[in-house]
Design a binder for this molecule. Structure first.
Ligand code: 5GP
Length: 227
């Protein structure tokens, strides 16, 4: 038996950062290298698919009306409007994964992150930064999937989002994807070791016997300790 029992429920991890900072790429790498048992939530959006995006994989693409129907039905854990489109996290799947002990990653914008902070304050909040603002605009242009106007809107929004940085627990600068991925993994692993996650400590096992021998200051040999 392990010496401690930790909470079985998964951790809710909220990841934000300006469009083009590389949030999705980093989180996909985190999932791929399997150091943590986590699942990335698939959001619903009213924006149109971009490039090679697929329905049910990148997002659940719906109309504005369908999205509003889901709001009325109370299906969202959080939702927000971003550059004229709705984006929202569906409640059911998130709860199901958390209950099954799987960490859930939400890659969402700042407004939605603040809503989660209000509803589930024990979640962890990570902000991904581009190395420079110049690099951010270059990445947005290089993507080649948005019009000039949309790129400008997203770039302007980036400044507003960075202003909310102090609401987050961690910041990771994405200068190199491997380095940034390692840092996010380290944050997730450290979170699992938080003392708050301990539910019980079991001393009624061989470790306790060793402890008793030590405090009794009894003579013992290595056989007795069985080490
Ligand atoms: P994009 O159009 O680039 O896919 O997403 C625009 C912004 O919306 C990004 O910052 C993305 O992280 C965020 N986003 C994606 N899904 C959700 C969601 O379910 N809720 C909220 N609040 N933001 C989301």
């Amino acid at each position: 038996m392990a010496i401690i029992k930790q909470k079985e429920k998964g951790i809710l991890v909220v990841v934000s950062g300006p469009s083009g900072a590389g949030k999705d790429s980093i989180m996909n790498e985190v999932i791929k290298n399997k150091r943590v048992n986590a699942w990335i939530s698939i959001s619903m959006t009213s924006r149109l698919p971009r490039g090679k995006e697929e329905n049910g994989k990148d997002y659940f693409f719906v109309t504005k009306e369908q999205f509003e129907e889901n709001i009325k039905e109370g299906n969202f854990l959080e939702y927000a409007s971003y550059n004229g489109n709705y984006y929202g996290t569906l409640k059911d799947k998130v709860n199901e994964h958390l209950s099954n002990g799987i960490d859930v990653i939400l890659v969402i914008e700042v407004q939605g992150a603040l809503e989660i902070k209000h509803k589930i304050p024990e979640s962890i909040f990570i902000f991904i930064m581009p190395p420079t603002m110049k690099e951010l605009i270059l990445r947005l242009k290089k993507r080649g999937t948005e019009s000039h106007d949309v790129i400008i809107e997203r770039f302007k929004k980036a400044y507003k989002e960075i202003n909310e940085l102090n609401k987050y627990n961690y910041v990771v600068v994405n200068d190199e994807i491997d380095k940034a991925t390692r840092k996010v993994n380290a944050i997730l692993e450290a979170q699992k070791c938080m003392v708050e996650r301990i539910e019980e400590v079991y001393l009624n096992n061989p470790e306790e016997e060793i402890h008793e021998l030590l405090i009794d200051d009894k003579d013992f040999d290595n056989n007795e300790l069985n080490v």
